[in-house]
Design a protein around this ligand. Structure first.
Ligand SMILES: [Zn+2]
Length: 229
């Protein structure tokens, strides 16, 4: 082989090896950057968030939701109506046994007004009694339907109102992607998410949101842990 040919082979050989090492280096760098970005996306481990479900229990969707929560070891808060609790005491019992917090959402989903204060109060008391009879626990939290509340009721009944900070309006859309997007774009530390366990789309969206937020490092807790810790 002539010296010239040897020179050409050596030249291309070194060139190819350099190219190989350059690509390898870029790949490592790129992966490293992605890893750093992933780390930045994570929030501090154990950051709290609460997911709440109103208007139930529903005979089918609530059970489906409870199965999903159990699989993920998530504790939620359920604000049930007395009417529905009376119809499905077995589901209330299951919620309680599986560590969820049960709150009051009036007996018949009554909105407080100037003219029905007494009836409203009676509905809260009646619903507390229904829940306590099933769980053996005192009911301390109330989610007032439509968010209408009167502060003087807190002293009268020794109950705390629990509103919400993230409302995806899941009751007016069956579009899982939309419900999920709304929550994910707003949610953060110590937020209280409002949902309704009476729809298939809510159950699917809630479980998907939980998976994503758990992946980010959030811990799901019942509302008392957000309000009093
Ligand atoms: Zn409601």
């Amino acid at each position: 082989m002539s010296r010239k040919r040897k020179g050409i082979i050596l030249f291309f050989g070194i060139g190819l090896m350099s190219l190989f090492f350059f690509c390898f280096y870029v790949k490592i760098e790129k992966n490293g950057t992605i890893e750093v970005m992933k780390q930045m996306d994570k929030i501090q481990e154990g950051t709290k968030i609460a997911i709440t479900f109103d208007d139930g229990p529903h005979p089918y969707y609530t059970e489906q939701l409870l199965d999903g929560l159990k699989e993920r070891d998530v504790k939620a808060t359920f604000f049930v109506t007395g009417e529905h609790a009376q119809l499905h005491p077995d589901i209330i019992e299951r919620m309680n046994e599986e560590g969820h917090l049960i709150g009051n959402h009036t007996y018949s989903h009554l909105q407080l007004s100037k003219s029905n204060r007494q009836e409203y109060k009676e509905q809260l008391i009646k619903t507390n009694e229904i829940i306590t009879e099933i769980t053996g626990k005192e009911v301390l939290f109330v989610r007032p339907p439509y968010g209408t509340w009167d502060k003087t009721l807190e002293k009268d009944l020794n109950m705390f109102p629990v509103l919400w900070t993230v409302d995806p309006l899941d009751w007016c859309s069956d579009n899982v992607a939309c419900i999920k997007k709304k929550i994910m774009s707003e949610v953060g530390e110590n937020d209280i998410i409002l949902m309704h366990d009476s729809y298939a789309s809510t159950v699917t969206a809630a479980l998907q949101v939980i998976d994503e937020l758990q992946e980010q490092g959030y811990e799901f807790v019942t509302v008392d842990e957000i309000l009093f810790d």
